[in-house]
Ligand binder design. Structure first.
Ligand code: PLP
Length: 374
């Protein structure tokens, strides 16, 4: 093998995909309830998306950020319009980790401080500052330990207060619904209290919406349910429907300085055309409403399942927690029922992150398969 062997791979080779189905090199069809890890938002190879990206690459795929790129401006305007984050400014990059890296760096520039507060069981990516704010010692190298990060339990406002009052923290970074950690979410009282503490101590509030954003929860962003106004919102995954793009939305009170952030590839023409197409399809097909409707159906169906402890998450960011380890069950779902699902740090949890185009019939297919195995 000539590849650096860091991924324990399933023995499947996909060669094409359409909407919520993926097809392998043997012609087998798989139902994709994993969305390539919450990445496929508007469905695989959506015809409008294919046309938009193909047309753009035929015209101009890339040029540097040293020249005007009207697609970036169009993306910024449409993003704030559809998300409701009026007057926020957009900085574009290539991935979720990079979005968080830029968010943390910006917070440090703005406040002049360097400590970060993150939450237990968090995942923010694998670049240096982002991984240091990730609660998973297995993926944090000694080099990353140079970043000073305090970890507090999600929901522990008192713990947050104790750390922030020391006056050394530039940012609090939080996944309102923890993804990899296992779909935990605290209360509105907690998130509002957290935002309030950030204001009191002059700390920036970073909402990591890399996984939960772009309509996945039925709201455009998961934090919107809690009626808070983050200083920085990080984005990626569903933003490009598979085309690598990330970004941060920045509160209008934060002023840009030339050169403080930058990138070669971020916000290139091709990436912007992909993301503009995602937003257009989301609106045209009312995919956030579909996410809510199919989610409600999923919750009803889940009530019939034996061995189920609870359903976690909301919208189409869901976790089924069983009273046993689900590794074998997920293998059976893939190899015997041809259904992709996701795992989490919690070994008893199956994660469901389908394209937002998923239909009730697909949920029936999933529950029939589950019932056959339980
Ligand atoms: N933040 C969250 C909440 C994520 O779930 C992920 C990836 O799973 C990241 C950040 C990192 O994104 P990327 O893998 O695009 O760097």
């Amino acid at each position: 093998m000539s590849l650096f062997d860091v991924y324990p791979l399933f023995d499947i080779t996909p060669v094409k995909a359409k909407d919520v189905y993926v097809y392998d090199d043997q012609g087998r069809e798989y139902l994709d309830l994993y969305g390539g890890h919450a990445v496929i938002s508007i469905g695989h190879s959506h015809p409008q998306y294919v046309k938009a990206v193909s047309d753009q690459v035929a015209k101009l795929g890339f040029y540097s950020n040293a020249i005007q790129n009207p697609l970036q401006e169009a993306l910024a305007q449409q993003l704030v319009q559809i998300s409701g984050c009026t007057d926020y400014q957009l900085f574009l990059c290539n991935s979720g980790a990079e979005a968080n890296e830029n968010a943390l760096k910006l917070a440090s520039f703005v406040t002049g401080k360097s400590k970060v507060l993150a939450f237990k069981n968090s995942f923010h990516g694998r670049t240096s500052a982002a991984v240091a704010a990730t609660d998973s010692p297995k993926i944090v190298a000694p080099l990353n330990g140079q970043h000073q990060v305090d970890f507090v339990a999600l929901g522990d406002l008192q713990g947050v207060d104790t750390i922030l009052k020391a006056g050394e923290t530039c940012a609090v970074i939080v996944e309102v619904i923890q993804g990899v950690g296992g779909l935990d979410e605290s209360t509105t009282e907690f998130y509002q209290g957290l935002a309030e503490l950030c204001k009191t101590y002059g700390v920036l509030f970073i909402a990591d919406e890399v996984q939960s954003g772009f309509g996945r929860t039925g709201d455009f962003f998961a934090f919107q349910k809690h009626k808070i106004e983050p200083d920085i919102i990080s984005l990626a995954k569903g933003m490009g429907n598979g085309f690598p793009i990330g970004g941060i939305l920045i509160h209008p009170d934060i002023k840009a300085v030339y050169g403080m952030l930058g990138t070669t590839f971020g916000g290139n023409h091709l990436a912007c055309s992909a993301s503009l197409s995602v937003l257009k399809v989301m609106e045209d097909e009312d995919l956030m409403a579909n996410a809510m409707e199919v989610s409600a159906y999923f919750l009803e169906k889940a009530k019939e399942l034996p061995g189920l402890k609870q359903v976690k998450g909301r919208g189409l960011m869901l976790g089924l927690e069983f009273d046993f380890k689900v590794g074998d069950l997920r293998k059976k779902l893939i190899y015997q029922h041809q259904i992709f699902t996701g795992s989490a740090n919690n070994p008893n949890l199956i994660r469901i992150l389908p394209p937002l185009t998923v239909k009730k019939s697909h949920i029936d297919q999933f529950f029939n398969a589950l019932k056959a195995e339980l």
